[in-house]
Design a protein around this ligand. Sequence first.
Ligand code: ASP
Length: 467
Amino acid sequence: MERTLIGDLGNHTGKPVSISGWVDVRRDQGKMVFFDFRDRSGRVQGVVLPGSSATEAAKDIRNEYVVRVEGIVNKRPEKNVQADRQNGGIELEVTALEILNASEPMPFDISEDTSGIDETVRAQYRYLDLRSKRMQKNMRVRSEFIRRCREYLFSKDFTEIETPLLTESTPEGSRDFVVPSRLQPGKFYALPQSPQQYKQLLMTAGFERYFQIARCIRDEDLRADRGFEHTQLDVEMSFVTMEDVMATIEHMVITVVEAMGYSVKEKPFPRISYKDALEKYGADKFDLRTEEEKEKGILAYAWVVNFPFFEKTKEGTWTFTHNPFSMPIPEHLDWLTKGEHIGEILTTQYDLICNGFESGGGSIRAHKPEILEAVYKVMGFTQEELTERIGHMLRAFRYGTPPHGGIALGIERNVMNLTGETMLREVQAFPMTRGGKTAVMNAPKPLEEKQLEELHLSINGLDAPKD
Ligand code: ASP
């Protein structure tokens, strides 16, 4: 018999069916054994009646066994209908049970919210943690959010393009993760902190509207809303102003979250300058919701604009606040190229805030070589140093690069807002622990001597690592 999904059983009342899935709960009531069965589409109660040919098999089955079940879909007696339950009006009268795979008892209770379980144990058994209702929901919300953003962008003529993972360092304000080259001993790739430079080069290449669901890898201090890896919805557009990018993204976000059943507090999104945000909220991230709106899961977006382009380092030199590839606001372009009023120059950066988190950020870019050069000169780079660092961008800008700008939305931060989670790892399938250890698998770990040799690497100044 062909498999029926549990979620479709309601259409098969009175008929024999075959389902496949997991045993969610087993309740042995002596004469009768009750089960809740679960598959990707839902849950249903099954009952093995006295004298059923499935009685013997039912004895061996425990929670989380994988089973194939044959049975008849029955309407439940009126008094037993559980209106608050999915499939509460029907049950499966089990006629045959086949164990497809057994399961050891769960290392922790996956029928409850698992967020309180010890982090290392959860990470070790992440595949079981992911079976829990909350984690299933979080991963599905994430998938739906990405799917709807993709669909929206395709409908607006964007092209999805992947950019390399083994690349050269792009400054995003964090440390790089580096990968040694075997073919060129002593040289290293950097994993991308973002696809910033490649997406700009795609504008030079004439794609005009690019997006990517991009993995970004940054060696930063791990916090509740930061991990080594995160995913960005990365966007770049040609022939646009700040207004165009902000309008596109605002419309996409509203379309996507409303289609998912969420309400947005204020449309169009309010805008505030960085200076006013600091005065009013004491920070450039703030939560505009009332207590009541928080309870209702309302999404309160806002744009923050007019950030200073540069800030002083501890050493007293200038560095960028957000993105060195940005364009200053048009009124301040002259200051930048002349190297004047550095501390007062404002950038075209726009940050999207939602419910107290920065959920995205981007800018209009410097698309002419002399503007990008001016930025690096302000930061104290000599001509040689800047050629070494961004010479490839300067060259591309000499070959008809259109004016362009873009943005990146943090997928995790957005999904955290949709699900009400406060930790990044609750919306990633296989996140690292706070100590930077991978889920399920055992990284980082030492390389074998042979691999070190192949890479011409030797580990100095460390006692031999133990695991
Ligand atoms: N590259 C920036 C970031 O990763 C986003 C952007 O400016 O498009 O934050």
